[in-house]
Design a protein around this ligand. Structure first.
Ligand SMILES: C[S@@+](CC[C@H](N)C(=O)[O-])C[C@H]1O[C@@H](n2cnc3c(N)ncnc32)[C@H](O)[C@@H]1O
Length: 442
């Protein structure tokens, strides 16, 4: 019968490379090519053989192997569970975030959370490609660097400024209408895209008011319905405005909404007025934001990544709990779900007007809203983030709930070549899934 000692020796001789025994002597003869490490290894091996011999004789070998195996299993379980639970300390935070950027976790979580998408009537898509977007970024960075409002807190950052500029330039409208101007940054972006096209801007407070306190932008070729002349988009006499600007074809008009109103309400008003090209700045994800958005409306069980579970022991609950620690805008199950397990909109509410008004809706109503949106949609396109979080260092939006960035994680060379590394990290922190809709009557 083969003894344990013989088995060990056979195993060692199989593993040992040929030159470790026969060639070693030759190497010594040829001038001592053998390293100190190799001789140490040999000493360790003979020691191991002697210890094994002793343990076999005394009958302790197998109990020790079994105990060793148990220790290895228990410590690996402890290490992996620590990774799931203890992620708040700053150094482990950093390491874990890097693991997110290591793609594997990003991809696997992406599958569970996913990115809901509004379906269009005939599955039509936008004409522009990712190459067009990359070329656009390169052209836009130096323009963005000359912006009059360098710190546009509460307004658009780089991602959405680029998206608006790119789409306005691509669509070449005859008239641009914006609802929600604040200090005028988005008016300036529209002007950079289309230097000679008239703008109509609707905002309760005129951007010129901000000039007294700091930088703001007031455009010379813009008709302002602001201050005492303010008219809400839904109450405007669009026939009169179109006549004044000589617009006969309303499909040649681009509307940009950044007014934090219920997007379903705005869609119905735009359809009624006969507009077809709509851009919404804040397309908030389910459970977040101050108004009902398309992303929320299309978050439905029949869409990949859509529909949610409020079950505390679900995979989704676990993934959300973990991601909440990394991304400020990520929500866990507690935040996602309201009474009666209502997860749609924001905890079952359809918010409006900066959340100054909100209304609880049933799941059936929420479902009907998505069917309505789908019935009028020709194109639905969410602007991807310009670059992955490992490049921009943004910490707000959860990449598992956003489309693949235009410059993907790991492509630092491209990020730099496009001029993006020159921008301050803070300008990448405002991404909220800006969306372009092309609509027509059902
Ligand atoms: C987030 S800010 C707009 C930021 C701006 N687009 C930018 O990029 O800097 C929202 C603006 O919407 C305006 N607003 C509020 N209610 C509005 C309404 N009913 N119609 C149009 N604008 C409205 C606010 O006064 C505020 O200026």
């Amino acid at each position: 019968m083969t003894t344990a000692k013989q088995m060990l020796e056979r195993a060692l001789s199989i593993r040992r490379p040929p030159h470790a025994s026969e060639d070693a002597g030759a190497a010594e003869d040829e001038g001592g090519d053998e390293t100190g490490d190799e001789s140490k290894t040999r000493k360790h091996i003979s020691m191991a053989v002697r210890i094994t011999n002793y343990l076999t004789r005394t009958g302790y070998l197998w109990p020790i192997i079994v105990i060793g195996l148990i220790i290895v299993i228990i410590s690996s379980v402890i290490i992996s569970s620590r990774d799931l639970v203890c992620i708040s300390a700053s150094s482990s935070d950093h390491i874990s975030r890097l693991r997110f950027f290591g793609f594997d976790e990003l991809e696997s979580d992406f599958g569970s959370l996913g990115v809901p998408w509004c379906r269009s009537k005939r599955g039509k898509n936008v004409e522009w490609t990712s190459k067009d977007l990359l070329r656009g970024i390169e052209e836009f960075v130096p323009i963005y660097e000359t912006r009059p409002i360098q710190n546009n807190m509460y307004g658009m950052g780089f991602d959405h400024s680029f998206g608006l500029w790119f789409m306005a330039r691509w669509l070449k409208p005859d008239l641009m209408i914006e609802s929600g101007a604040f200090k005028g940054h988005s008016t300036w972006v529209l002007r950079q895209a289309m230097p000679d096209t008239p703008i109509v801007s609707l905002s309760p407070r005129h951007p010129e008011k901000y000039l007294k306190k700091g930088p703001a932008y007031v455009d010379g070729n813009c008709t302002y319905f602001a201050g005492k002349d303010f008219v809400d988009f839904g109450s405007m006499d669009w026939g009169r405005v179109m006549r004044k600007h000589g617009i006969k074809d309303r499909s040649r008009v681009l509307i940009f909404f950044d007014d934090h109103q219920n997007e379903l309400k705005r869609l119905k008003q735009a359809l009624k007025a006969g507009f077809q090209h709509l851009v919404f700045e804040d397309n908030y994800d389910t459970g977040t934001g101050d108004h009902y958005s398309f992303r929320q409306i299309c978050d439905q069980f029949y869409i990949r990544g859509g529909g949610h579970s409020c079950f505390k022991d679900s995979d989704e609950a676990r993934i959300r709990y973990r991601r909440r620690k990394f991304w400020e805008k990520a929500v866990d199950i507690e935040e996602l779900c309201g009474p009666g397990e209502a997860w749609w909109g924001v905890r079952g509410h359809m918010r409006d007007d900066f959340n100054h008004s909100n209304k609880a809706i049933t799941y059936a109503e929420h479902f009907q809203n998505s069917r309505f949106v789908e019935s009028v949609l020709d194109v639905y396109w969410e602007l991807p983030p310009v670059a992955g979080p490992s490049l921009t260092h943004q910490t707000r939006y959860d990449p598992a709930r956003a489309p693949t960035p235009i410059v993907e994680d790991g492509r630092y060379g491209l990020f730099r070549r496009l001029g993006l590394s020159r921008l301050d990290n803070s300008v990448f922190n405002g991404y909220t899934q800006m969306v372009y809709l092309q609509v027509s009557k059902p």
